[in-house]
Each structure stands twice: as C-alpha cells, then as structure tokens.
Design a protein around this ligand. Structure first.
Ligand code: ZN
Ligand code: ZN
Length: 150
C-alpha cells in the first residue's frame, strides 16, 4: 500500500475564513463553521440557539467540513469540462472529495458530530459490495448528477 503524501502538510491549514488554527474554535461570524445540530453552515442554517447549544461546537479541523468523511467513505469526484463534477476514483487525476455526494448520500449525526452514510431502507439494488467501478451509467446516472448549480 503506497499512501501518497499530499503536498500540503496535514492539519496545518488555517480556516479559510476566520484564520482559526486546527483544533481551535472559529471566530464569530465565520462562514466555515458548521452547525453542530444540523451540520449545515452555522451562519445560515436557521437552527435556534437552544438547538445549537445542545451540542458541542465544531472546531476547525484543518480540513473543510465533510472532507474527512468523504475520504473515509471513498467518495471522490473530478471536474470534467462540460459535465461538471463527476464521481471518480480517488486516484484519478484531479480527484477531490465529493462533497455533493456527501450532502445527498450522507446525513449529519449531531451526536457523533460528523456525517454518516444514510441508511437506505427503500428498495435499492446493490447496496452491498458495489465497487466504485465504472459501470454502465445508462439508466440511473442522473441520480448522481443532482448537483445544485450555484
Ligand atoms: Zn473559521
Ligand atoms: Zn443548524
């Protein structure tokens, strides 16, 4: 197993908005901070203070919220001209964490303070053992592309 070391040092990134260091809490009004209750953007999610205060604040981790979950789940996408972000293998050139998929296929678990894969209880074919191989995306490929533009 070769684990390619990313060019940027791990966990040394400051928050892009407020400049908090990894492990620190965001400063007031930071637009990166996640709501601990719903996982959305704290500035805009609309949860009440009571709901928010029920859970510990989410400190800046050094990674964009959700990125670590995508890495854990192996959800990646790359930007293809004319098509937008399409799911791909993590080793593909230009692959980055597929946050769109995270928001559609995972849900925020406030107790754990992280995203977890949604439980699927509808009649979904192959939910186990499906390898992220290039399948014949003729029928259902549209479900992957529900990316809200803008
Ligand atoms: Zn911040
Ligand atoms: Zn919220």
């Amino acid at each position: 197993m070769t684990n390619e070391v990313p060019s940027k040092p791990m966990n040394m990134e400051l928050c892009h908005d407020c400049g908090a260091k990894p492990g620190e809490f965001h400063h007031d009004g930071c637009d990166t901070e996640r709501c601990p209750a719903c996982g959305g953007q704290l500035l805009s999610c609309g949860c009440s203070d009571a709901e928010i205060n029920e859970y510990p604040r989410q400190p800046w981790t050094g990674e964009w919220p959700g990125v670590l979950e995508c890495q854990e789940f192996g959800w990646y996408a790359k930007l293809i001209k004319g098509q937008g972000w399409v799911p791909c293998d993590k080793n593909d050139e230009g692959a980055s964490e597929n946050l769109n998929r995270l928001y559609s296929d995972a849900e925020w678990n406030a107790k754990l303070g992280r995203f977890v894969i949604k439980k699927i209880n509808e009649n979904t074919p192959d939910r186990t053992g499906s390898k992220p191989r290039k399948t014949a995306d003729k029928t259902k490929s549209a479900t992957y592309c529900r990316v809200s533009q803008g």
